[in-house]
Write a protein that binds this ligand. Structure first.
Ligand code: AMP
Length: 116
């Protein structure tokens, strides 16, 4: 399904492609999605190039937990006090297009359920 390869997100981490960064620390980067699906659409990614959630291993537990806490922090800073959705598209059936793990934060409008 996936392998560790260079992706556009690796280039974003190295600042080779400009994005609108909203948060960064040693483990994670958060930036605005280039094709927003909601008034607020931010991606939170690990700096470690884990291709998909299915590729995460037990030693990644700290970074995975850090990503969720980063989502909470970024969502609060984005003003999403009324709620938001966190999505991790995983693999082909999950609709993943960039094979570097990322968490979508979607908010700023009422979101429908179920997703397509
Ligand atoms: P997914 O379909 O879950 O793999 O999500 C990949 C996301 O990356 C999509 O929502 C894209 O719009 C977004 N994306 C791709 N390239 C860029 C870029 N250069 N800057 C910001 N977001 C991007």
């Amino acid at each position: 399904m996936s392998e560790t390869t260079e992706t556009i997100f690796s280039k974003i981490i190295r600042r080779e492609i400009p994005v609108d960064i909203v948060y960064e620390d040693d483990l994670a980067l958060a930036f605005k999605d280039i094709h927003p699906q909601a008034p607020v659409h931010i991606l939170v990614i690990p700096k470690k190039p884990i291709p998909t959630l299915a590729d995460a291993e037990s030693q990644d537990h700290a970074v995975l937990g850090h990503l969720l806490l980063t989502v909470k922090r970024v969502a609060k800073e984005a003003g999403l006090e009324n709620g938001y959705r966190v999505v991790i598209n995983t693999g082909d059936d999950g609709g993943q297009t960039v094979y570097h793990l990322h968490l979508h934060i979607l908010g700023g409008r009422q979101l429908s359920w179920p997703p397509g």
